[in-house]
Design a protein around this ligand. Structure first.
Ligand code: HEC
Length: 123
């Protein structure tokens, strides 16, 4: 027979730690989800991001096709800063783009851009 009396108490702190980490992770996820939902609203709002005018986006109605479909964005742009830069001012990357510089023109606030990027990372 194996004596578990030594290993069991040692497991307790690890279990408690796992609970704390789990609670922390789930609030983190809940936060990211609400930010992404807010970002989706801004992206689809015709007087805000109005992204559907040019982009096919999952969950959006009546999209245009001037820009590329926004799909697999997180794998295409793993670096969050690249996405912020694109939404802030795509003319920095492509001077001839028709995509409006949402940050430079203050169509979206920096906070709104962060929420839109949270949403883009779910695509
Ligand atoms: C007037 C049309 C137009 C609007 C509105 C628009 N875009 Fe774009 N977008 C483009 C075009 C065109 C491109 C292609 C790249 C370029 O022109 O430099 C692009 C590229 C992108 C890319 C890079 C996609 C890839 O696969 O590389 C992202 C991300 C993006 N747009 C996000 C957005 C978001 C988010 C919004 C709304 C806040 C938005 N766009 C609104 C036209 C638009």
């Amino acid at each position: 027979m194996t004596d578990h009396s030594l290993t069991k108490p040692a497991m307790l702190p690890a279990f408690a730690l796992a609970l704390v980490i789990g609670a922390f992770l789930s609030t983190g996820t809940a936060h990211a989800q609400s930010a992404a939902a807010e970002g989706q609203k801004l992206a689809f709002d015709r007087s805000k991001g109005n992204c559907l005018t040019c982009h096919v986006i999952k969950g959006g109605n009546l999209p245009g096709s001037i820009g590329p479909e926004l799909i697999d964005i997180k794998s295409k742009y793993p670096n969050r800063a690249d996405l912020v830069a694109i939404v802030h001012d795509e003319t920095e990357r492509n001077p001839l783009t028709v995509m409006p510089p949402f940050g430079r023109n203050r169509i979206l606030t920096p906070k709104e851009i962060e929420a839109v990027v949270d949403f883009l990372q779910t695509l």
